[in-house]
Design a protein around this ligand. Structure first.
Ligand SMILES: O=C(O)[C@@H]1CCCCN1
Ligand code: NA
Length: 685
């Protein structure tokens, strides 16, 4: 360290003779950034505010509609265990890493990585791109929630019965069911495939405009205003979830639903795809790699206990997922039981007819088939298993599980299955309004986080207008409000936030634990918190997380190469869903998505290397040594007095107040040096 300080000192004093700004940037950002205290910025008004914001960001729509579905598809209780394991081994350590990095360096994602080494700035840009992609489609889901919320204030609810056309029921609705019909035809007016764009859907476009307006207003004054909104929007979802849980547990079928869900299928532990999905969900749920966690924690006081935050936020996140899963399965169990009981009733009617001239009396059930309401689902299925197939009349088994398996994925879960279940509640408009208001709040608090993940690093580095970014977000968002928009939402959800996210996190973890050094990072945290986090984090970062993520990356890449990506489309003619392959152009879009989110990493590296090389050539051998390595740099805490004092003096002499942030603009104020300008011009830097 001393050697390095000396180097910095030397360079600066040497160049001080040369006077001015370029000297400062030429002496290597490496020295400079360690020396000058990070710019002063406003912080959270209270710890509670920060905490709610962090929880609000991480707990999102994913907890309600992704987690329950994954859990249900991948082995129920066994998936929960796997999830907890991955969260403890990979999720929490990386979450802690991001929290600590943001808090120590006090900048957004770009600044944080640039601070560690200018060559790594690309990681921050990648985070921003991922955040941007997620913000784009997330807000579309919010606009759907707004649409449903707006339609909830009527009785009966518009998705309760099929609309009549003249005297006949609309065919598409009769062939499916009212909620499915409402979703695909009334809300989305969806096209048959991603190839037919269809025209704009005006209502949804209006809702999207409303959603972006709300987001823009909510974050108008940065974290100050969104934090106030957060008091409501982070807490309200819990109130609703608890109400739904209590209501749900009282429903007939809830117990079956929950039992079905938690029944552990341990064999799934051997499937790579299940591990992949669990790990991806851990990343997505905690918001790792988005840069938002870093952005939020960068507004913290330096002595904030970010280790405890990491533990509490991720635990709350997990418990919320479990809570949401309980609610979803209680309600779906109720819906499935309702369907199954109706099936039993109609089957018993058939059986009654058949039994009149049916000889084989002993095949008939013991229970009273003429009174369906007295027959339980279990006794019916027991009887069906034993004799059902030998009785004429094509009876069905009325399986509850089969019903549970239908339509519980993604948008289908929230907007079809759950919506349908709620129509069966007494006072259905109230419950559905509550539900969509909850989705809205879950989504909004997360949106604030993602926007902060984009804006904090950019405003630290460049000045961009908030309004501008919302307008861009809305304009690109129009892609999703065409009639085929739902297919794009699915595409973004499946691909933009998975692979790039993993790549970003792999680099983050590698850079901190190997390039910067896990020990050194722990030293920094110790200086900041005044106690040293357990050394186990070092091994988790260096080996466990990194290997786990490289494995995950491999699994995801292999899957992408060997399985042609598909999506679920709605076929109007058959009034049913079908799985289609993406056309070639859509695959190209998909590739562009993934590449544009990951490309900043190598580009940033190349850019910085080229710049260093130019500099080295122009300054001569003296500077080469410390800009040449991946980096050698003072950490914020370590680099203090001598060089800092010198710089301050230098700044003051040039009329810049000591504590003013060292932005590009400020540097421009300094007198220009001729020689350097020429070099920079001639090399195009
Ligand atoms: O699970 C979710 O819905 C969010 C998405 C954005 C990052 C944090 N988690
Ligand atoms: Na949220």
């Amino acid at each position: 360290m001393d050697v390095f300080l000396n180097q910095c000192f030397q360079i600066i004093s040497q160049k001080d003779l040369l006077k001015n700004s370029q000297l400062v940037s030429l002496a290597g950002e490496d020295c400079l950034e360690g020396v000058v205290e990070p710019p002063a910025r406003d912080g959270w008004d209270s710890k509670l505010e920060y905490f709610l914001a962090q929880v609000g960001f991480s707990v999102g729509l994913g907890n309600v509609w992704r987690f329950p579905y994954l859990c249900h598809q991948n082995g129920g209780g066994a998936f929960l265990l796997l999830y907890v394991l991955l969260m403890v081994l990979v999720g929490i350590p990386l979450f802690f890493l991001e929290l600590a990095a943001g808090q120590a360096i006090r900048q957004g994602s770009i600044g944080v990585w640039k601070h560690i080494s200018p060559k790594l700035a690309g990681i921050g840009f990648s985070s921003c791109v991922v955040c941007f992609f997620v913000a784009l489609y997330y807000n579309v889901i919010i606009s759907w929630s707004l649409f449903y919320l707006g339609n909830s204030f009527q009785y009966p609810l518009p998705w309760q019965e099929c609309p009549e056309h003249g005297n006949t029921t609309v065919e598409e609705c009769a062939a499916s069911d009212p909620t499915t019909y409402f979703w695909f035809r009334k809300a989305l007016d969806i096209t048959d495939s991603i190839n037919e764009t269809g025209e704009f859907n005006p209502v949804i476009t209006g809702c999207l405009l409303a959603a972006w307006t709300i987001v823009c207003l909510g974050m108008f004054k940065g974290i100050k205003s969104s934090a106030k909104v957060m008091y409501f929007s982070s807490v309200f979802p819990y109130v609703v979830l608890l109400c739904f849980l209590i209501r749900g547990l009282m429903l007939d079928g809830a117990a079956e639903g929950i039992k079905y869900m938690f029944y552990p299928k341990l064999e799934i532990w051997g499937e790579v795809q299940v591990w992949r999905q669990a790990a991806t969900q851990v990343f997505f749920a905690l918001g790792l790699g988005f840069g938002s966690v870093i952005a939020y924690s960068s507004y913290n006081p330096r002595n904030n206990n970010c280790h405890r935050d990491a533990l509490t936020v991720s635990t709350i996140n997990f418990l919320t997922s479990v809570l949401a899963t309980l609610v979803v399965f209680a309600v779906l169990g109720f819906r499935a039981k309702d369907v199954a009981m109706r099936c039993v009733t109609s089957n018993l009617k058939v059986l009654e007819l058949v039994s009149e001239n049916f000889l084989d009396r002993h095949l008939l059930p013991r229970f009273n088939i003429s009174d369906a309401s007295s027959v339980s689902l279990e006794s019916y299925s027991d009887w069906f298993k034993a004799h059902g197939a030998r009785v004429p009349g094509n009876l069905t088994d009325c399986s509850l599980e089969e019903e549970m398996n239908k339509g519980v994925e993604g948008t289908g879960l929230a907007f079809i299955a759950f919506t349908e279940a709620m129509t069966l509640f007494p006072g259905s408009p109230f419950w559905s309004a509550m539900f969509f208001l909850m989705l809205l709040n879950l989504g909004l608090s997360t949106m604030f986080g993602t926007m902060e993940g984009i804006l904090t690093p950019l405003t630290d580095n460049f000045k961009v207008l908030k309004l501008f970014s919302t307008v861009i977000g809305f304009l690109i968002g129009l892609l999703f409000t065409q009639r085929c928009g739902n297919y794009f939402v699915m595409m973004f959800d499946d691909y933009s936030a998975t692979l790039p996210l993993i790549i970003v996190v792999v680099f983050e973890c590698f850079c901190v634990s190997w390039l910067y050094g896990a020990d050194r990072f722990l030293d920094d945290i110790e200086k900041m918190l005044h106690w040293r986090p357990p050394v186990v984090y070092k091994y988790l970062w260096k080996y466990v997380c990194l290997l786990a993520m490289i494995g995950l990356l491999g699994a995801s890449l292999l899957r992408m190469c060997f399985k042609r990506p598909t999506y679920t489309a709605w076929n109007r003619a058959t009034a049913s869903e079908e799985t289609l392959e993406y056309p070639d152009w859509a695959l190209a879009v998909l590739a562009v998505l993934i590449i544009s989110a990951t490309l900043p990493i190598p580009l940033g590296y190349i850019h910085s290397t080229l710049r260093n090389r130019t500099r080295r050539n122009s300054i001569g051998s003296g500077l080469g040594s410390e800009t040449g390595g991946v980096y050698t740099k003072c950490s914020t805490v370590e680099c203090d007095t001598p060089v800092a004092a010198l710089l301050d003096e230098h700044l003051e002499r040039n009329g810049i107040p000591k504590d003013s942030p060292l932005t590009e603009e400020n540097l421009q104020l300094l007198p220009q040096s001729d020689g350097v300008d020429d070099i920079e011009e001639s090399t195009g830097v």
